[in-house]
Unconditional design. Structure first.
Length: 420
């Protein structure tokens, strides 16, 4: 049985390492020494894996020392693949991880990538790095695979083992081996793609499809608002048809849906094709933060509030509900736009880490908002703690004639002043 190393112990890598660690020897590697120390104490700040689950992965060893994993034969890379300020793919974490693996790569080893990339990235970007650092020959001395991650942060129903896994390999024999490796832990089954490029493309269009569908809902929400129609009522009515897709409007952030389409459009432009529909959807979704802020401001003005220096409370700052992940949260767009209007914005979030919010966005989270002091309240992220609150509970933060904006439509119709 080949020894496995999982490179990167974040939202993707840790659950995968734990799943393998319940059945076979596996090493979890991360360059963050603090992260390793916390995991050894049974603590996972992502809340994806419980202390009990960590303890149950009896064959998992975590380390920040590359020498500890040099005798492994299978390396699974699960590092982030973000975009930069210019919406261009940032492959730096992937390249650096490949350099690290290349230092300890041996003949016969397999390197499997799970990070979301554009079609061709594994063989065109990662493999040359592995060859250069190791001095070994691809598909002769070492091999590669690609099996896209499908982790849904905060989702306790769809876990790594219960979501079907797409697999692939650089040769037919390696494809079979990679597929067999994952089939040992994935109870939902596997789908073996014909090539690494096919598997890469499958991953990147999963979230592109969702992005476009949400963009349609967001555009419809803007149209219906002008028509004086409640979008959620419309969707409930349309949803009675058996094949109507249940997408809803909202802010589109995170490390997948708001990022992955740019990997595909980057590759398309590199080969001379200029995508229209995908980028149109991105423009719509990227514009939702300012739209939400402007709708609140208009409602506050109509209610008789002076916008300049008005206090506004934003509830929820993570990119999605019941998850502490702040990466690429689009709630920050709402906050910045409100600040540009001259509002004094307080942000509270019962899941987010205050130090991380300060470090990443310069936002100091408000732990206990002051009741009766806000001209507007936006419930931006429907964490379960906020879902348990009634409209009157939420309105206690408002001044007289303050505006309650239920961004995700979690309250019954008519109980909030605004919703998308």
């Amino acid at each position: 049985m080949k020894k496995i190393a999982v490179i990167g112990l974040g939202y993707v890598g840790l659950p995968l390492a734990v799943a393998f660690g319940e059945k076979r020897p596996v090493w979890g590697f991360d360059i963050n020494a603090k992260r390793i120390a916390e995991l050894k104490q049974g603590e996972d700040f992502t809340r994806e894996v419980s202390a009990e689950e960590l303890a149950g992965a009896s064959q998992l060893t975590v380390t920040d020392s590359l020498s500890d994993i040099e005798d492994c034969a299978v390396f699974i890379v699960t590092v982030p693949t973000p975009i930069d300020d210019y919406k261009t793919p940032d492959l730096t974490p992937l390249v650096k991880a490949s350099e690290s693996v290349g230092k300890i790569l041996k003949k016969g080893d397999i390197v499997i990538y799970e990070s979301t990339v554009f079609p061709g990235a594994t063989e065109e970007v990662c493999v040359p790095v592995l060859e250069k650092i190791s001095g070994l020959k691809f598909n002769q001395d070492f091999f590669a695979g690609y099996s896209p991650e499908r982790i849904n942060p905060g989702d306790k129903e769809h876990r790594v083992t219960t979501i079907m896994k797409v697999t692939s390999g650089s040769t037919p024999e390696i494809a079979d081996e990679v597929n067999s490796l994952y089939a040992d832990i994935i109870t939902a089954g596997t789908h073996k793609a014909s090539s690494i490029k096919v598997a890469e493309a499958a991953k990147v269009i999963e979230n592109t499809q969702r992005d476009l569908n949400i963009a349609l809902m967001n555009e419809l929400a803007m149209i219906f608002a002008r028509l004086g129609i409640d979008t959620h009522e419309v969707l409930a009515a349309a949803g009675t048809k058996w094949n109507f897709l249940p997408f809803k409007p909202g802010l589109v952030g995170g490390h997948c849906i708001g990022v992955d389409p740019y990997y595909l459009t980057h590759k398309a432009q590199a080969i001379g094709y200029h995508p229209e529909i995908i980028l149109a959807g991105r423009r719509t979704n990227d514009g939702m933060g300012p739209y939400v802020a402007s709708e609140l401001v208009k409602a506050m003005i109509k209610a008789g509030h002076t916008v300049a220096n008005a206090r506004v409370l934003v509830m929820g700052f993570t990119f999605k509900e019941n998850c502490p992940d702040l990466r690429n949260t689009r709630v920050i767009d709402v906050v910045k736009e409100l600040q540009d209007f001259g509002c004094q914005v307080d942000v509270t979030d019962c899941w987010a880490d205050s130090a991380e919010a300060e470090h990443e966005y310069g936002i100091s989270l408000t732990e206990k908002p002051e009741p009766g002091s806000y001209g507007g309240v936006i419930v931006a992220v429907p964490h379960r703690e906020y879902m348990a609150m009634s409209a009157s509970d939420l309105r206690c933060y408002l001044k007289a004639d303050g505006v309650l904006f239920d961004l995700k439509g979690m309250l019954p119709l008519g109980e909030a002043d605004l919703r998308l």
